[in-house]
Design a protein around this ligand. Structure first.
Ligand SMILES: [Zn+2]
Ligand SMILES: [Zn+2]
Length: 146
């Protein structure tokens, strides 16, 4: 399946559904954005332990399993699909994204971001929700090493 600029991309939905229980607020926000901006897609949503180890090895993430919002189903990495533009087109990100991010979300491409990671958007305050047990890992580790 390929990403399609039809405003309700099936491939993106498939990525959201990779691990059950993706954060509803973030998913809904993205789907409304994609409805208006059909060029926006996700490359990643939830990440299990194998996916996280691969992301770390590829330097797409600086986190071990259990340290990233992706491991708790509350982060996405976005990209754009536009003719003659790169998937991380800086002009698109700088003109569109700042006006689209609500207070409840944190975009790592923002000028005041904690870390700079252009495609990454996560639920603001997820670590607090993790600490109080509201969020759980997408996959339970076999041994309690985490
Ligand atoms: Zn898509
Ligand atoms: Zn990310």
């Amino acid at each position: 399946m390929k990403h399609q600029n039809n405003g309700a991309c099936e491939k993106c939905l498939q990525i959201f559904d990779k691990y059950p229980g993706f954060n509803q607020r973030l998913k809904t926000w993205f789907r409304l954005l994609q409805d208006r901006r059909p060029e926006v897609h996700i490359s990643c949503a939830g990440r299990g332990s194998i996916d996280q180890a691969a992301a770390l090895a590829a330097k797409r993430s600086r986190c071990k399993y259990g340290e990233s919002a992706h491991n708790f189903n509350c982060a996405i990495d976005i990209f754009v699909s536009l003719p003659n533009k790169g998937i991380y087109d800086e002009e698109w990100f700088k003109t569109v994204m700042p006006n689209e991010i609500p207070e409840s979300l944190e975009w790592y491409g923002a000028v005041d971001a904690t870390y700079y990671e252009l495609p990454h958007i996560e639920l603001r305050g997820w670590k607090k929700l993790k600490a109080d047990g509201t969020l759980t890992l997408v996959e339970v580790p076999h041994a309690k090493r985490f």
